[in-house]
Design a protein around this ligand. Structure first.
Ligand SMILES: Cc1ncc(COP(=O)(O)O)c(C=O)c1O
Length: 343
């Protein structure tokens, strides 16, 4: 909310520049300042030193399923860990452009846990491992980031900036901004400089991370407005207490909700306790008719967006950074009341 209010205040006349960010050239001094500031904030929040390049790109995580694979292809096979819908999609897309294979999967157990590091299968042809740290649809996450002996690449689209990170575990991270960090249209790519030295030659310019880094993410016109709003979100996260605070809140909010769920009770969730997502809490009711009533009554009480993803159904409460703790208390109270009526 504070970020939206600031956007509203600055929309027509950005900080006395006389124009809106929407009208601004990405080569202008005002935008250069926004770009510089946002990079500084992100570096500070994540503890990124000069070994890292920070890219503000377009295309959503879906484009970077392929682009990351193309840029890393000289390393060897991309060993993908399949822990839900998005990691499967990342693998299927990477396979179209570079050598990729499945090193472990929890699909057989209906993604109720993440494959443990001890189950990952690698060999001499392995170049790097790809994981999805939080599965937005299945509600399952690597709450502890594994430490394989290979470079680790992660899609962090739905838990980026919601947790502290030992950044040294990773070689590359990509994340669409739209969950925790800003509007759709912007995708963060954080990549170790050493990795950029190995990008294959001949990639189309817009796909080449080393060239995009060299051009400071401005090889073509970047999504200036999304970038600007993300910059305000980074300021907001910093002012709220940084990633320590975001993580603490995520733990608190998700624990509140999980305390209402059990494997067999009225509200059911079968994800292993250690892999329960702190961003996306999925649950089911004893039947789908009751789920429809739940959604309708929740909507009437002002709680929207609780429908599970169309691919798996059920219910899902997303607890991104912008979701206030108080609203989770309200949802939990609603759930208790609903169970008293229908349980
Ligand atoms: C974990 C994860 N990866 C990838 C995607 C796809 O992102 P985009 O729509 O930005 O391409 C999503 C979208 O929700 C996601 O949650």
């Amino acid at each position: 909310m504070p970020v939206l209010q600031q956007v509203q205040t600055e929309l027509v006349n950005y900080r006395d520049s006389g124009i809106s960010v929407l009208e601004m050239s990405h080569r202008s001094a005002s935008f250069a300042q926004i770009a510089e500031h946002s990079e500084k904030q992100l570096r500070q929040l994540l503890g990124l030193d000069n070994d890292w390049e920070v890219l503000f790109l377009q295309g959503g995580a879906t484009s970077h399923f392929c682009l990351s694979a193309m840029n890393l292809a000289t390393l060897g096979y991309a060993d993908h860990i399949i822990s839900g819908h998005w990691s499967k999609r990342a693998y299927q897309q990477a396979l179209k452009v570079a050598p990729a294979r499945i090193a472990a999967s929890s699909e057989k157990i209906a993604f109720c846990n993440v494959p443990a590091l001890s189950q990952w299968q690698h060999d001499d042809a392995s170049g790097y491992v790809h994981i999805t740290t939080n599965e937005t649809i299945h509600g399952v996450a690597y709450n502890e980031i594994p430490a394989p002996d290979l470079p680790l690449v992660a899609d962090m689209s739905s838990d980026f900036l919601s947790r502290r990170l030992d950044i040294n575990r990773f070689a590359l991270i990509y994340a669409g901004a739209q969950k925790n960090a800003g509007p759709a249209g912007l995708t963060f790519v954080l990549v170790k400089r050493a990795i950029l030295d190995q990008v294959p030659g001949g990639l189309p310019s817009m796909f080449d991370y080393s060239l995009l880094a060299e051009k400071k993410s401005m090889l073509n016109t970047p999504p200036v407005f999304s970038w600007y709003v993300a910059s305000l979100v980074l300021d907001w996260i910093t002012a709220e207490g940084g990633l320590i605070k975001m993580e603490q809140l995520a733990k608190e909010k998700s624990a509140l909700l999980y305390s209402q769920l059990s494997a067999q009770g009225f509200y059911q969730n079968s994800i292993s306790a250690s892999a329960r997502s702190r961003m996306n809490v999925v649950f089911r009711l004893p039947d789908s008719a009751l789920e429809d009533i739940f959604l309708q009554q929740a909507g009437e009480a002002g709680m929207i967006g609780l429908k599970g993803h169309r691919s798996i159904g059920g219910l899902r409460a997303s607890l991104y950074n912008a979701m206030p703790l108080q609203e989770v208390y309200t949802l939990v109270e609603f759930m208790r009341e609903f169970e008293r009526k229908y349980g």
